[in-house]
Write a new protein. Structure first.
Length: 195
């Protein structure tokens, strides 16, 4: 059974650049929409907004796909380099940026059917938006603010290494009337954290 999101994922595999860009825009909008409620609340705090590069935060949507789809998307976009993901994490990934402003992380499981986060997501939900990522100047400080001012607990007790040397933490946030969204805050490599 086809859905707009499934059609967009298939569109990322297209040989036609405009079809791929249109598909990426649809996936990006879906991801942004799922995180909009949480982000609006977070941006109401001036310090947190500044940490998230507000008022227009740098956003990337993480799309989890099966290994076959991952390979097709990678081939359609001529991506040779995969991100360096810590070995204990169940992910292979690469990033796609489009001229229309859409930014996607394409993710798949290293161990399909295993118990890693991406494998569990794919097993439960199938291919789709797995997370929404926001660049942050200090994940440690943002985590403190989210806990102290918003009562939001991080998935991990400490900021941890992410892909390509980033520092990350995750937050599972409710989406009004539609379940939850996993939000990743990431701090680029080479930027020391300042509390």
């Amino acid at each position: 059974m086809s859905s707009p999101l499934n059609d967009a994922i298939a569109g990322l595999c297209s040989g036609d650049l405009s079809a791929r860009e249109s598909a990426a825009a649809a996936i990006f909008r879906a991801g942004e929409a799922s995180a909009a409620h949480a982000l609006k609340s977070w941006m109401s705090d001036p310090e947190l907004s500044a940490l998230l590069l507000g008022p227009q935060p740098e956003t990337t949507v993480g799309l989890a796909v099966q290994r076959e789809t991952f390979s097709k998307i990678r081939a359609a976009h001529s991506v040779s380099r995969l991100a360096e993901v810590p070995s204990e994490q169940d992910a292979e990934e690469f990033e796609l940026r489009f001229s229309n402003g859409a930014s996607l992380d394409i993710l798949t499981s290293r161990a399909p059917g295993g118990d890693g986060a991406i494998a569990r997501f794919l097993g439960k939900f199938g291919e789709g938006v797995q997370q929404v990522e926001f660049r942050c100047t200090s994940v440690d400080r943002a985590t403190e603010i989210l806990k102290e001012k918003f009562g939001v607990a991080a998935v991990y007790p400490e900021t941890r290494p992410g892909a390509d040397g980033t520092r990350v933490n995750f937050f599972l946030m409710p989406v009004p009337g539609a379940g939850k969204v996993l939000i990743e805050l990431f701090e680029p490599a080479g930027k020391p954290s300042k509390k």
